[in-house]
Design a binder for this molecule. Sequence first.
Ligand SMILES: Nc1ncnc2c1ncn2[C@@H]1O[C@H](COP(=O)(O)OP(=O)(O)OP(=O)(O)O)[C@@H](O)[C@H]1O
Length: 708
Amino acid sequence: MFHLLCNRVSTTAPLRPLYSHLNRTQGLWRQPRSRLYTTQLANAGNSSGQPSNAAGRIWGLAQAAVRQSACWMSKPPGGALKFILGPVVLTISARVLGSVAYCQADVNNNVLLELQAKETEPEFDWHILWEFVKPQLFALLGAVVLAFGAAILNIQIPLMLGDLVNIVARYMREHTGNYMREMRGPALKLLGLYGLQGLLTTGYIILLSRVGERVAADMRKTLFQSLLRQDVAFFDSNKTGMLVNRLTADIQEFKSSFKLVVSQGLRSVTQTVGCFVSLYVISPKLTGMTVVILPCLVGAGALIGSFLRRLSRLAQEQVSKATGVADEAIGNVRTVKAFAMEEREMQLYAWEVDKSCEMNESLGSGIAVFQGMSNIVLNCIVLGTIFAGGSLMAGDEMSPGDLMSFLVASQTVQRSLASISILFGQMVRGLSSGARVFEYLSLEPTIPLSGGGRIPYKSLTGRVDFMNITFSYPTRPGQRILKNFNLIIPPCKTVAIVGESGGGKSTVASLLERFYDPSSGVIMLDGLDIRTLDPSWLRGQVIGFINQEPVLFGSSVMENIRFGKPEATDAEVINAAKQANAHRFITGFPDGYNTVVGERGVTMSGGQKQRIAIARALIKNPSILVLDEATSALDAESERVVQEALDRATTGRTVLIIAHRLSTIQRADLICVMSNGRIVEAGTHAELLSKGGLYADLIRRQRSEGEK
Ligand SMILES: Nc1ncnc2c1ncn2[C@@H]1O[C@H](COP(=O)(O)OP(=O)(O)OP(=O)(O)O)[C@@H](O)[C@H]1O
């Protein structure tokens, strides 16, 4: 049995190719199911006994890693990739984007049978935190110094209070001297101490809150940038709600913990140590008693506190559940209304809210009992200290001032120890929130957003070649969508792809946009592999994309069209709207181009949204236009107007049309029929009709459906 161990696969050369492949197929490892689940790899062992594409690739890379493994057999595994090679089991420890993955091969050594993935918490990376804290280092150091100073002053307070009490006690005993004059000095000193401590506290809180806010703001900006840089495959396998939660709740939690731990942590530790020294100096005997009792009480308090925190977490989770129900119902209010499900949604929400109310009530009762008990215990400690201290005083081992100092200092120690135990829980929560945020900060997209790739100098003719493309979606690596797909789109010609639903037509468009990269094969643009081109330039300037359900942003019509070319003048926007047959209806609105379209364009009709989307695509004057069922959601009249706009838009451009309604593509220069991930027929409308094959069949079926 070999144990090939490495904790950080990304930094270990032999496993790097394996890691980057797993990274690319991350959806496979991170499906949102239970924490421990089994996924049968579709097609894992095919009929010929060969491993499937994805499984085989992981297998090959793992074997390559095994061959090079001799020099890095160390460190205990956090998890393992497990391969059974007949009698031999290979275990490769691999942290795969926060998941630990297990793969098994059968006894024939070459087929991956199943894959198990167990979600693990991502680890907190201190280096990343340092990068955020570095720009705020001076403010942070300032805060630390001030907080430390405030804590040191706090240690002085019990001692000075004791001095005052000693003066009072002496005066009461002897009734000699000038009471006011004796008191004035120490009282003023104490007042000064209070004032200075207040100033230091104000200073460190201001500095720390500035550091916390700036670190959190930087983290938010960087995380948002990092998320938007990710490729489409990433969003296929990560829920929007969860990602937004990282931007909001997780960063908020991290910020609060950071501020609390730095300020209170430092203060509490300094005060605990300082006050313990004071206690010992005042009375070693009493301190001995305290040392025995205090830890027991603080321990019991920490235990009950952790139980209450768990309850509080559960109650918070329940509140988020209720919010989730409300969020979904309000977000999909049209669907809820269309199915008359308002009552059911109300009940669902009421049920979740009642549950959270119950939990919060229990939590409230728990906190009340805890606080009541704490009060009793703390008062008993005071009583006990006075009791024991009094007997020491009777034996002249202690002065009244010492007893006072002891009481105040021991209370400070209790408070500090209690806050350390609470802070520890807070720190754990903060670290796990931070780790969840950092996890996505260091994630590199497989397809970079921009840079690296080049931008050709010459203007494009717009010829596109799909050469031998094979493709599976990263979330379903076992299902091959395109198989040896070949297609040439000549410059300034219109090519239409038709075929059965789910046959892979939209996938072809996604590959051209480079939302995904093919598993094998090349897509060429004017003879250049699109993987060598700058993706930002490709999507932003070369390809215009219009799909079935265009999504608009909740701003004005003008801004929505300008989204296609941010530097466009008003005249350019209006011109694009005219080309898209949108100018007339836009100027018909009371606010014209300043009309706000509502969230996701909800105040526009389907045809209007589509024409704004066409204007948005046309304003960048793309060489290639991709129309993915652009008119299929429209009624006949809207379709006529949109089609007219599209006919105008497509002139002089290379156009790829993906169509359901065959009536819209009959004038295309080439029509390709797709089945099972490849093109099975190609020709003009007339040629394909006369051939009497699949296309003729589709036309016949659509005509007969239209007549029904
Ligand atoms: N993001 C994705 N992740 C995983 N599988 C996907 C994804 N998008 C599409 N698929 C799958 O890929 C296959 C082809 O989908 P595609 O959308 O390309 O088909 P289509 O021919 O355009 O279908 P339709 O005509 O119904 O729009 C389908 O089986 C679909 O379930």
